[in-house]
Ligand binder design. Structure first.
Ligand SMILES: [Cu+2]
Length: 510
């Protein structure tokens, strides 16, 4: 089934209104439900899961320093929309099939509100996971202005819950951002990019078996899932009518496994102003932007002098990344901008020359350097089994940074894929990447570098919470742990890897 491109207008998720708000706190209730939604005009309505009846979920906007409380409420059916693999960690026979727990990706929060994968809960909090602590989460929003997103994080079924639709934007704003005079209001639009595959009847397709089916297993995890259709904000290949002026877009890759290398077919530049964790020191003009799952880029596109033009945003990232197949004409197309609206007023917004200073974390301040491998093994069924530091999820906690201390983590990738590695709680800076002899490391356990350190790409020179760890490279990141102690996780953000079982707990101690 081939759907027409640019048939539907881009939806913009609504901004969520609080249940109440006073000078000291803001309270939201957010229901997760199953419903039908039109994802393309030629497709029957699709059964999806969403927040407050919306996929993507409504955008939550907080001000830096605002104390926000959210009750995430599971009102989903008992039966999952998609095939659950009971052999995957956390999804074994005795646990309820549908479990949810919501994590605000990139936020700095107390551990009890962070959405720990085993803090899941079922409909009406009837059953809860062993690490469930409270039904109402607290977010202090101590971060600077940035583009965050919320999504499900339940152990062993995150890939299915997010694919079903459980994701939305969470934006933090601050006074410095307001002073920058960026495009705002209807000229500031979040873009959540995902890939999906549909069945003929319009329902969501998710594979039950990998390429080589596993005898004796009805449903089996796939190494990675790649859809054949690209959606933005829950619409297949949408178009957006714009005025000939500047717009600000929050780009987010919310796909399970697909990377994007985005370009505009007009050849024009994206002016990138922010990374995962907020503004960069200066805007940079770039022709392409690479986003691994969970990475964000805050960009300005200037459509001035382009009245009447149609501009397509394209993707040429191989899947799997970086050594897989290039996208076809379908997965190589993301959305279209139509410069068809009249200018409604003089565009007084700017691309500021200076944004926000980036205090560099000094390498010399690190009290600990951890060497952590990314491994590719086989499970007893012969399936791909991805691990961090050769340890499964259930192994005892080994990463225990001290509150307030600075550490360098060296991610030693021994696999053939790039893995987007995400740490909860903190933002880090990328120090460098360096080629090394992976085969020799596997035999002797020593790092022999085969090239000089490569500085992070210009588009990565800011606060990050997700880093691409490339094959045959050691990627070094530096961060200071705080302001909370407690139990968090670090993991690969390819959701099939995260579920099986490229995720580890880590504990910030006093
Ligand atoms: Cu991975």
């Amino acid at each position: 089934m081939r759907l027409s491109k640019f048939a539907d207008e881009l939806p913009v998720p609504p901004v969520l209104q609080p249940r109440w708000k006073d000078p000291f706190h803001t309270y939201y209730e957010v229901n997760m439900t199953e419903f039908k939604q039109s994802l393309h005009r030629e497709l029957n309505d699709t059964t999806v899961w969403g927040f407050e009846g919306s996929y993507p979920g409504p955008t939550i906007e907080a001000t830096s320093g605002e104390r926000v409380f959210i009750q995430w409420i599971n009102r989903l059916p008992d039966k999952h929309l998609l095939p659950v693999d009971r052999t995957v960690h956390g999804a074994h026979g005795n646990v309820p099939e549908v479990r949810t727990v919501v994590h605000v990706h990139g936020a700095s929060v107390e551990w009890e509100s962070d959405g720990y994968p085993e803090a899941w809960f079922t409909r009406g909090f009837q059953q809860t996971g062993p690490f469930f602590r409270k039904p109402i989460y607290r977010y202090d929003n101590t971060d600077r202005a940035c583009t965050l997103w919320y999504h499900d994080h339940a152990l062993g079924i995150t890939r299915l819950n997010v694919y079903a639709g459980l994701a939305g934007f969470y934006l933090i704003r601050d006074h410095r951002e307001r002073r920058l005079n960026l495009p705002s209001g209807k000229y500031e639009i979040p873009l959540m990019i995902q890939d999906k595959t549909f069945k003929e009847d319009g329902s969501l397709y998710y594979p039950e078996q990998p390429e080589k089916p596993v005898p004796g297993l009805e449903t089996s995890i796939v190494p990675e899932f790649f859809g054949n259709t690209i959606l933005v904000n829950g619409k297949v290949w949408p178009y957006l009518k714009v005025e000939p002026r500047k717009y600000r877009f929050r780009l987010l890759n919310a796909s399970n496994a697909r990377f994007y290398r985005l370009k505009l077919d007009s050849g024009q530049l994206f002016y990138q102003i922010g990374t995962d964790g907020g503004f960069m020191p200066h805007p940079i003009g770039v022709r392409e932007i690479t986003l691994a799952p969970a990475e964000r880029a805050d960009v300005i596109i200037d459509f001035a002098n382009l009245a009447g033009k149609k501009i397509t945003m394209t993707n040429d990232a191989p899947a799997p990344f970086p050594a897989g197949d290039p996208p076809d004409e379908h997965t190589g197309t993301v959305m279209q901008f139509r410069v068809s609206l009249p200018l409604s007023g003089v565009d007084t917004s700017v691309i500021p020359a200076v944004l926000l200073p980036l205090p560099k974390i000094n390498e010399g301040s690190a009290v600990k350097i951890r060497y952590l491998t990314l491994n590719d093994r086989q499970d007893p069924y012969g399936r791909e089994w991805m691990l961090l530091d050769n340890k499964p999820w259930d192994a005892p906690v080994t990463e225990t940074p001290k509150l307030g201390s600075t550490e360098i983590w060296c991610l030693i990738n021994l696999t053939g894929d790039t893995h987007p590695i995400h740490l909860h709680l903190i933002d880090f800076q990328i120090l460098d990447r360096r080629d090394f002899d992976a085969e020799r490391f596997k035999k002797e356990g020593v790092i022999r570098y085969t090239g000089p350190p490569i500085p992070p790409e210009p588009q990565e020179r800011g606060w990050k919470d997700t880093v691409r760890a490339n094959p045959n490279q050691v990627t070094r990141i530096i961060m200071r742990f705080g302001p909370y102690t407690g139990l968090y996780v670090w993991h690969c953000h390819i959701l099939e890897h995260e579920d099986y079982e490229m995720m580890r707990p880590y504990l910030v101690i006093r």
